[in-house]
Structure formats: structure tokens, C-alpha cells
Design a protein around this ligand. Structure first.
Ligand code: GDP
Ligand code: MN
Length: 382
């Protein structure tokens, strides 16, 4: 579960990490009022849970009321990488000399938490990790002892952080580790941690993802989830329908019954040169209502250009699934994206005969179905 930037900043600030003065706003007037209170210049930042908002036009700096107004007008209501922006964070714009990165996550390879520092902040840290892994200083942590003070200092020193702020950066890293550990974090990240001309450090961005399986013992985090879930229409829908759903950034919608089957379909879409738009497991028993809810999910994603439906009939027989798919598609006035179906297992033959080929394309192997869906998605793109 991901916190919004404003929520993560609240958690960080409460723990003593310096953050800019800020206020959440939902309308242009609220933005202007907030900016007035905070004082210009301000940064107006879209509150959606995706990285790279800066490059995508979701962050603007404003020096006066006119600029704040026009920033608010262009960001509020915009579509940012498929997310509707309904709130912005208005914050004191930091005048910085340097952008650092600090982060804590689980290093699965080592089986240990890892605390990281880099002087190459402000850009996508995954890119830095791929191009120049030595630019990120890493300290593995024994969770029963926590991050030792000498480790925090060594990470800061190894990263080459300037002396004037070294002590402060080590202290931010220590606090970030304590939050990650104490609040059941999955990833905690400040990118950028800005260095100001006065040699102070300020968390200009904040990421905090919580381990969902620990939410039962993190009531404060669970409350924030409710607040943040309202941001994404599709994830809220998935919750309502009771689906396991993960949104991805491609354009081939994927529906299957069983997590393994869906994962396999995802891999095959990638294998044939396509890009999956989502993971969606409808679970056992593909009754018409569940099928139609699943289709509603993928059709509502504006990024989807084609859909592949991969069903393995076990206890649920193929002919029943086929009836479900027909009934679901007949319920739509217009089918927004082409749907390719592959049925296998119990009564698959009967199912394929029942499927209404005016509404769907039918393929007898998974490979063919995936290739066809990738082809259809590419045609739409072109
Ligand atoms: P992200 O693109 O979604 O990771 O959003 P960030 O909050 O990291 O902002 C991206 C970039 O916008 C930063 O690296 C800065 O260059 C710039 N930026 C964000 N906040 C401020 C600010 O308060 N002052 C200034 N001058 N630049 C900012
Ligand atoms: Mn950032």
C-alpha cells in the first residue's frame, strides 16, 4: 500500500525529518489561499501515486498569484499517466544547491534491509542503479540491532555527501530506517533530499509504501489507505468487486481465473512484444456477473486497447464460462476494445462453440490468443 506524498511527508515530519511548509488543495482558489499563507515562491505538486510527476507536467513552480493560478488550472483535473489529479500539494519552494537520495528497502537477494544514500538524487534512482551502481552507497542492516550510527555515517561518507550536511543526512537516514522498521515499511524513500544554500537538508519528496499484510497492526497507516484509495477510480472499483487487481502501464488488458494463469498470460504478452495493462484474477467460478465486472474493469482503463481472456475450466465448466462471457458482452451497448478468448479444460470444446464470435475472437491455444491480442493492440496504437 502506497501513501500519497502529502501523507508520507506528514509521517516523516512527525518523526523529525525536515519537510517544507505545505498545504493540500482541491481547487484553484484553495491553491491561491495556501500559497498566500505559505509565501511565494511555491511548488504546486499533483498528488497521484506515480513517480516522475515532474517530467510528466505534474509539478510547477509559481512566483506569484498569477503563476499559482495557472499552475493550479493546468494541474488540477489533468490526466497524469492514467491517474486523474484531484488534489495538489502547495508547498514552500525549496531553493536548493544539491539533490540527494536516501532510501530504505528490503534487499531480497541478501535477505536483509538495506539503507542507501546517493548524491545523484532528483532523478530516477533505478536508472542510476543500472548505469552506475557505485553511485549509491549501501549499508545492510541486521534487523535485531537496527541501523548503527556508524553505519549511517559510513553510508553518507561513502556516497560523498558534502561535509557541511553529512551529520544531518546521517540523522535523516537513521530516522527513515526507524520509520521503515517501526511502521512496517516496504519502501521508504526521499528523492530528492534537497541541500539548501544555508547548508540545511529538506525532504522535497516523500515515498512510503507499507507492507499490506501488516496493516492490522498499523491502524494509523490503514486509515491513510482509506483516504488514499479514493484517488484511483480503478483500484477502488477492484476493491468493490473483490478482485485481485494490479494496474500496469501497458495496453493489453488481461483477465484470467487463477493467479498463476494470469501471471503466465502476462509473461506471454511480454514475450510476444506486447505490454500488459493489468493483472486481474477473477478467481474460481466465472459467473456472468463476475465476468462482466472484470470486463468493466479493463474497459474502464483508458490505456487498454485489446483484451485477452484466459480461462481454464476445472470445477467451473467451459460452457458455463462461455455463457457468462456472452451474457456479459451482450450487456454492453458497444464493446470498447476487441476481446480474444482462450478456453481450456473441462468442456472447453463446448464452450468455444457457444462463444458468440460476433462479440469475441476465439483462439484454441494460449499462444495464439496472446499473439492476436498483442496484434490488435498494436493496430490500435498505429
Ligand atoms: P517526482 O518527479 O514525482 O519524483 O516528484 P519530486 O517531488 O521528486 O519533484 C521532481 C523535481 O521537481 C525535483 O527533483 C526538483 O527538481 C523539482 N522540485 C520539486 N519540488 C521543488 C521545490 O520545492 N523547489 C524547486 N526549486 N524544485 C522542486
Ligand atoms: Mn521524486
Amino acid at each position: 500500500m502506497k501513501l500519497h506524498e502529502y501523507q508520507a511527508k506528514g509521517v516523516f515530519a512527525d518523526a523529525g525529518i525536515p519537510t517544507p511548509d505545505s498545504e493540500l488543495a482541491e481547487t484553484v482558489e484553495e491553491v491561491v489561499a495556501a500559497a498566500d499563507r505559505i509565501g511565494y515562491p511555491v511548488a504546486v505538486k499533483a498528488q497521484v501515486q506515480v513517480g516522475g510527476r515532474g517530467k510528466a507536467g505534474g509539478i510547477e513552480l509559481a512566483d506569484d498569484e498569477d503563476e499559482a493560478r495557472s499552475a493550479a488550472e493546468s494541474i488540477l483535473g489533468m490526466d497524469l499517466k492514467g491517474y486523474h489529479v484531484d488534489r495538489v500539494l502547495v508547498e514552500d519552494a525549496v531553493d536548493f544547491t544539491n539533490e540527494l537520495y536516501v532510501g530504505v528497502t528490503m534487499d531480497r537477494g541478501e535477505g536483509k534491509p538495506v539503507a542507501m544514500v546517493s548524491t545523484r538524487g532528483g532523478v530516477d534512482i533505478e536508472e542510476v542503479a543500472a548505469e552506475d551502481p557505485d553511485a549509491i552507497a549501501r549499508e545492510h542492516v541486521d534487523p535485531s540491532f537496527g541501523l548503527h550510527p556508524y553505519q549511517a555515517r559510513r553510508a553518507v561518507y561513502d556516497a560523498g555527501v558534502e561535509d557541511a550536511v553529512a551529520r544531518d543526512v546521517a540523522s535523516v537516514l537513521t530516522t527513515l530506517y526507524q520509520l521503515w522498521d517501526g511502521r512496517d515499511g516496504a519502501d521508504a524513500e526521499i528523492n530528492p533530499l534537497m541541500v539548501t544554500a544555508a547548508d540545511e537538508v529538506v525532504a522535497a519528496d516523500a515515498v512510503f509504501n507499507v507492507d499490506e499484510d501488516a496493516l492490522f497492526r498499523q491502524p494509523e497507516m490503514a486509515d491513510m489507505e482509506e483516504e488514499s484509495a479514493s484517488g484511483d477510480e480503478l483500484e477502488r472499483k477492484a476493491d468493490e468487486y473483490g478482485f485481485d487487481y494490479v494496474r500496469l502501464d501497458g495496453n493489453v488488458g488481461i483477465i484470467g481465473n487463477g493467479a498463476g494463469l494470469v501471471m503466465t498470460t502476462l509473461d506471454l504478452v511480454d514475450h510476444y512484444g506486447g505490454a500488459p495493462a493489468n493483472f486481474l484474477d477473477v478467481g474460481g467460478g466465472a459467473k456472468a456477473e463476475r465476468v462482466s465486472n472484470a470486463l468493466d474493469m479493463v474497459f474502464s482503463d483508458p490505456n487498454v486497447d485489446s483484451v485477452v481472456f484466459n480461462i481454464f475450466g476445472g470445477i467451473t465448466r467451459g460452457d458455463e464460462v462461455a455463457k457468462g462471457i456472452n451474457a456479459a458482452l451482450e450487456g454492453f451497448d458497444e464493446i470498447p476494445d476487441p476481446v480474444v478468448v482462450r478456453l481450456a479444460g473441462t468442456n472447453a470444446e463446448e464452450g468455444m462453440e457457444i462463444l458468440n464470435t460476433d462479440l469475441v475472437e476465439v483462439e484454441s491455444t494460449l499462444e495464439d490468443a496472446v499473439q492476436r491480442a498483442v496484434e490488435l493492440a498494436t493496430e490500435v496504437e498505429a
